[in-house]
Design a protein around this ligand. Structure first.
Ligand code: MF3
Ligand code: CO
Ligand code: CO
Length: 280
């Protein structure tokens, strides 16, 4: 059986249903996503000097909340399915959805993902980056660097006429070349006026499969790559996802739109802080 994909031209001025269709947005949508994405990137830029030994993840969450509100947005994660924080902070073997806490101070050698999603004028800017705390061993730095390369190799496949599976295939090939594990349980996602929408963007896929990419599609790419095996489990808090073998995990996320000729990345760092090391 061949799965059919429904595409709908989105009314970018109104609320849109989560109905399994892929929305195709126009100039108003691109404009909204540009602004929301820029705010997400500015927040991630501003966190660079804060990510250092001794700072608690709750303190980082406070800064994210304040910057999001000061930017005229609200954190989309606040109140989302019972989540009560303004970002996710995932350290070392935490794959994603790490919960900020007073009890967790950053330590020398930690690798940290911070994932923010300002909701600005009805549009979601979803992005995450890795940060290095103090002296990080080479093996961990290499994982971080390769994970960033995975994201950008996936994005390079995002153009009209390509298939969604081309993105995951590029990511998987690069990760598995280094014998890293690609997490299967969490995916990128369509977004726009909705936080999580169709399609699911899987990060381990077969080239030439999946929906065709069309101008006006908005989605995230957010590969989670493990130094060890791909398997994850969720802790008893119902959120925190960790590697089953407790190996280190890294993730980067951009929100992008498909254009007539290729793609636009909405969450590019204005300060050029794409990937660590961020400072000399
Ligand atoms: N920002 C995450 C993503 O990339 C979603 C976090 S939902 C939360 O899709 F509730 F865990 F915050
Ligand atoms: Co996302
Ligand atoms: Co995110």
């Amino acid at each position: 059986m061949v799965a059919m994909t429904d595409y709908v031209i989105a009314d970018d001025t109104g609320l849109l249903p989560r109905d399994g269709t892929i929305k195709l947005h126009g100039p108003a949508g691109f404009d909204g996503m540009r602004k929301a994405g820029r705010l997400a990137a500015e927040i991630l830029d501003a966190l660079v000097p804060l990510v250092r030994p001794g700072v608690t993840t709750a303190a980082i969450d406070d800064v994210v909340r304040k910057m999001t509100l000061d930017g005229g947005a609200v954190p989309a994660t606040l109140g989302y399915r019972g989540y009560t924080h303004s970002c996710c902070i995932s350290i070392n073997h935490v794959v994603c959805h790490g919960i900020p806490s007073e009890g967790r101070a950053l330590k020398d050698g930690d690798i940290v993902n911070i994932d923010v999603t300002p909701l600005l004028d009805g549009w979601h800017g979803d992005s995450s980056r890795m940060y290095l705390v103090g002296d990080v061993p080479l093996k961990a730095r290499r994982l971080v660097e390769v994970t960033y390369e995975c994201l950008m190799l996936g994005i390079a496949k995002a153009q009209p006429g390509a298939r969604l599976g081309d993105i995951g295939a590029a990511i998987q090939a690069h990760a598995e070349r280094q014998r890293y594990g690609v997490v299967r349980e969490f995916c990128g996602h369509g977004l726009g006026r909705l936080f999580h929408d169709s399609p699911e963007v899987i990060h381990a896929a077969t080239a030439g499969t999946g929906p065709e990419l069309k101008p006006g599609m908005f989605f995230t790419i957010e590969p989670m790559i493990n130094l060890g095996r791909a398997a994850v489990k969720i802790l008893d808090d119902g959120w925190t996802a960790v590697t089953r073998d407790r190996s280190l995990s890294a993730q980067f996320e951009h929100s992008i739109g498909i254009t007539e000729t290729g793609h636009e990345i909405f969450t590019t760092s204005p300060a050029g802080l794409h990937c660590p090391p961020y400072a000399g």
